[in-house]
Design a protein around this ligand. Sequence first.
Ligand code: NHR
Ligand code: GAR
Length: 194
Amino acid sequence: MKNIVILISGSGSNMAAIVRRAQQENWEARLGARVAAVISNKADAKGLVFAKEQGISTAVLDHKAFPSREAFDAALTQDIDRHAPALVVLAGFMRILTPGFVQHYAGRLLNIHPSLLPAFPGLHTHERAIEAGCKFAGATVHEVTAELDHGPILAQAVVPVLPDDTPDVLAARVLTQEHRIYPQAVVDFLKRPA
Ligand code: NHR
Ligand code: GAR
């Protein structure tokens, strides 16, 4: 069985979209894959409730309890590797990961970023896209490398930026597309020849 471990920090709607798609398409039988665990760096992440309801193993690892990024990432690696994952999925995970962590999961670590990379890596992407006068925005699924939001692009979706958009309104429009392309990118990854 290919185990998928999903890391979240917040509402976990991308995680939920992946879990639902796995159920609808019976990934266990059809792809030999399952979402084995959901791990959050925030105890109050809403996504944890959904994951528990689905009977998925959950864990919380508070980054503030660790003296350094390296120490947090080492503990996170231990929690993740309990599940011997074929794939680790960042889904609204808000901590930058150290080069050692990224190296450990090289080739099996995906992220979704709420912009059309290479435009607007980092935070506050919707505000920056509106501020720049962009007519289009979107989301990008990419492989995670040590350089933030710069790994190989696997999928993108485009949405218009409308005249009266606020960052929240644009974020919601982008998020709808994220829920479509992220589960598909995971399927595509799982179907890759070993
Ligand atoms: N780590 C590496 N090495 N490479 C990437 O491409 C990564 C990554 C970790 C997370 C997601 C990313 C995004 O899609 C991601 C990609 C957090 C921050 C950030 O600045 C930036 C980008 C992303 C995630 N985080 C602050 C930090 O100090 C904390 C912000 C907060 O807690 O709200 O880690 O956008
Ligand atoms: C998503 O829009 C995701 O692209 C973005 O946060 C949202 C998480 O929503 N990720 C980042 O900004 C990473 N820095 P979700 O928790 O409902 O999936």
